[in-house]
Ligand binder design. Structure first.
Ligand code: SF4
Ligand code: SF4
Length: 138
């Protein structure tokens, strides 16, 4: 598996209850662009988190800190895409759009999360759901 290797975007975007860290605020233990200052003792939620780029063969240029977004959760129907609010339009252009379109072309619906804004983009060639129930930790 590849390494984060200096990407620290999830240390900003993810909520870490063990640290009382809200979403979209850089963790106090994050050495920006380097890694975690408490890596050996980081909370379980951090230990368990792997974004879609880290666990796939997506191109290097789709690395989250370059694309300004990442796939945070995926199941058979839906992929959640977390976007850095500093780059709120990143999902609609360039490499970020390519990530979103890759999800849709793969037959999954994309849920794009930018701060408190949620955008639903249906997958291509699959049936639209009749309703959407979000399980989203604010
Ligand atoms: S967003 Fe992905 S690649 Fe970046 S630090 Fe988190 S797990 Fe690693
Ligand atoms: S504790 Fe470490 S791994 Fe967890 S969010 Fe903070 S900097 Fe990232």
């Amino acid at each position: 598996m590849r390494a984060c290797d200096g990407c620290t975007l999830c240390c900003k975007l993810e909520k870490i209850p063990e640290l009382n860290k809200p979403r979209c605020i850089l963790c106090m233990y994050c050495d920006l662009g380097v890694g975690c200052a408490i890596y050996e003792d980081r909370p379980g939620r951090c230990q368990g988190f792997q974004c879609g780029w880290l666990t796939s063969d997506m191109p290097d240029e789709m690395r989250p800190d370059k694309a300004h977004l990442y796939i945070s959760h995926v199941d058979s129907q839906i992929a959640n895409i977390m976007v850095d609010p500093e780059y709120p339009g990143a999902w609609a252009v360039g490499i970020g759009k390519a990530v979103v379109e890759g999800v849709r072309k793969g037959g999954r619906h994309a849920i794009v999360l930018v701060g408190d804004q949620v955008t639903f983009l249906p997958g291509y060639g699959v049936q639209r759901p009749e309703k959407l129930v979000l399980d989203w930790e604010l």
